[in-house]
Design a binder for this molecule. Structure first.
Ligand code: ZN
Length: 135
């Protein structure tokens, strides 16, 4: 069984990326990367923090996963992303342990990484993302 490598990032939903970045800059962080993921209708800002990153998520449309989250729950922690070295293998392993998955096959995430979300019903309501960084 392969081990998770590290906390890849924490995903935080915000209504306004520029304003949220200012808050984290005041805390001493800085934004290293801005990227829009069209498929998810989200604009993201990556802020390195020690060995991990904060990923701020602003919806580009109200009708989108982050837009719906903001409307129902408000801004705040959206998901926890765990880095793995072989995402396909990890997905198979979880499926055989009866985990529910949102993505049964990996999607392309930030910077060409492969990502897959687990269903919160299988994780006591915390949305967990698996990330395999492009090597
Ligand atoms: Zn993420």
């Amino acid at each position: 069984m392969q081990q998770p490598l590290k906390l890849d990032h924490l995903g935080i939903a915000v209504a306004n990326l520029a304003e949220a970045i200012k808050v984290y800059e005041a805390l001493g962080l800085s934004c290293s990367h801005i990227e829009t993921v069209q498929e998810q209708k989200v604009k993201t800002a990556t802020l390195p923090l020690g060995e991990t990153n904060l990923e701020l998520l602003e919806p580009t449309e109200a009708n989108s996963p982050i837009g719906n989250f903001l409307a129902s729950k408000g801004a705040g922690l959206h998901h926890v992303a765990i880095q793995v070295d072989n995402i396909e293998e990890k997905i198979q392993e979880l499926k055989s342990s009866d985990f529910r998955l949102i993505d049964e096959t990996p999607r392309i995430g930030l910077g060409g990484s492969k990502v897959a979300f687990l269903h919160p019903k299988s994780t006591f309501s915390t949305l967990i993302e698996l990330v395999q960084r492009r090597s």
